[in-house]
Ligand binder design. Structure first.
Ligand code: AVJ
Ligand code: FE
Length: 443
């Protein structure tokens, strides 16, 4: 090994250590914010108890970094089954003999101590799993993804607010939502070079995308409120067959966490009830609501390929960028990420985060529903385990892109793919409109 690569390896270890510390600080803040009772109880059938998420975070870290990468003795082999997400649906988890909050905190600390030792002593080469510290990056992303899930559990929790954060930045000037034409042509979708990209983002491949038109900003509360007040939830013509069936069954009338107050709507954000902020992206809608709104507006949702092309393609160079604004990692001037703020930012708040086409706020704020199902890219190889992506491929899930205010930068990039059932709306999900171009726009 040369002195140079020795130095590079040390830098990589430092970066991993920093990311592990950041994700753990967030898990700790999310679990220290509530009392023991709130940690063990189920705030919604859709979610695990917070203490399950925390111990599951530690257990995955133990499986991959202590046992597999480190080749060390197990810490708590006896709890593997209890914290295997495939063994127990979320609704059943509170009934398991879970580690108590005290036991959970000591378990995750013991695992982390061993992991720091493994990190210091493991060569970061020779095995695909450790190349570029991938396994460590995967575990950082896993913890951050569960942190976002835990944040959604906090949103479902009843009681006085316990989480606090400053408001997101305000738009620096007047804001006009406009439509942007993305011309037809091929672009590179996915990645083969992003070191911590997960299996479903790989490999990079050329995709031809027909010309399409996409909104500069996500759909706002103001736009969505018009759909609500004009009777959109009672007009079957805007809804798909499955969408209407679900609207009827669940008696949907407005986004989750909107609260009717006489003839106006308020929203509950982490226990604080307040008037809707009209120029904020709408959040907590399911795929079917997004689809119905788009039909009512005379438009449609973008496909996943359209979304990624609008976000990443630079028509001047023909390259796809890592992020809409370029190749630099996200900073606070680019995007509303990482629970820095507890809400989406008003449209126009991130002019420095725009894509080459001028499409704004694609990263952060709200996950954006696309019209696409979860499919493997051509050349997909499950790595390092089939249960991350492959077992979910098929028509049951819809793709979400771009991350929310609750997604951390470590688990969000231009290629990052998220998925959920089309009925889910406890997640931080919104959407953006697209449409086919008119003939006169293509001349
Ligand atoms: C990619 C967000 C759909 O939370 O179910 C967490 C991420 N995978 N533990 C999920 C995940 C395993 C996953 N999503
Ligand atoms: Fe998990």
């Amino acid at each position: 090994m040369t002195a140079f690569s020795e130095l590079e390896t040390e830098k990589m270890r430092d970066r991993v250590a920093q990311q592990l510390a950041r994700s753990r600080a967030r898990s700790t803040a999310l679990t220290d914010a509530v009392d023991e009772h709130d940690l063990v109880r189920q705030h919604s059938k859709l979610m695990s108890p917070l203490v399950w998420d925390f111990a599951h975070i530690g257990n995955q870290e133990e499986l991959w970094l202590v046992r597999d990468v480190g080749g060390r003795e197990p810490v708590r082999e006896d709890i593997d089954n209890m914290y295997d997400a495939f063994q127990h649906p979320r609704a059943d988890r509170p009934a398991l003999p879970l580690l108590s909050p005290v036991e959970t905190r000591s378990y995750v600390r013991e695992v982390r101590d061993k992991v720091m030792d493994v990190l210091a002593s493991t060569p970061l080469e020779g095995r695909k799993l450790v190349e570029n510290a991938f396994a460590f990056g995967m575990i950082v992303q896993h913890e951050q993804q569960h942190n976002e899930t835990m944040l959604a559990t906090h949103q479902l929790r009843t009681g006085d607010p316990v989480l606090h954060a400053p408001l997101p930045p305000a738009p620096p000037g007047p804001v006009i939502n406009r439509e942007i034409l993305v011309p037809a042509g091929p672009f590179t979708m996915g990645t083969s070079v992003e070191p911590w990209a997960l299996d479903n983002e790989r490999p990079a491949h050329q995709v031809h995308v027909d010309a399409f038109v996409i909104d500069k900003y996500p759909v706002t509360n103001a736009m969505y409120l018009e759909f609500v007040t004009s009777g959109g939830y009672d007009q079957q013509q805007w809804w798909s067959e499955e969408g209407w069936a679900y609207r009827q069954k669940a008696n949907l009338a407005a986004p989750r966490f909107w609260v009717r107050d006489g003839d106006r709507w308020l929203r509950n954000g982490f226990g604080a009830v307040e008037p809707l902020v009209l120029d904020e992206p709408v959040v907590h809608v399911c795929f079917y609501e997004a689809e119905a709104f788009a039909a009512w507006a005379g438009k449609r949702l973008p496909t996943e390929a359209e979304w990624e092309k609008a976000a990443r393609f630079d028509p001047d160079t023909g390259r796809s960028r890592r992020y809409p604004w370029g190749d630099e990692d996200p900073g606070p001037e680019h995007a509303n990420l990482g629970q820095a703020h507890l809400r989406p930012a008003r449209i126009g708040a991130y002019p420095h985060g725009e894509s080459a086409f001028g499409v704004a706020q694609m990263i952060g704020d709200v996950w954006e529903w696309t019209s696409s199902d979860f499919h493997a890219y051509p050349g997909f190889v499950a790595f390092p385990y089939r249960e991350y992506s492959e077992v979910f491929f098929g028509p049951d899930y819809k793709m979400l892109r771009g991350g929310s205010f609750g997604a951390d930068a470590a688990a969000c990039r231009g290629t990052f793919r998220n998925w959920d059932y089309p009925i889910r709306r406890q997640i931080f999900s919104g959407f953006r409109l697209a449409r086919d171009p008119r003939p006169d726009e293509l001349r």
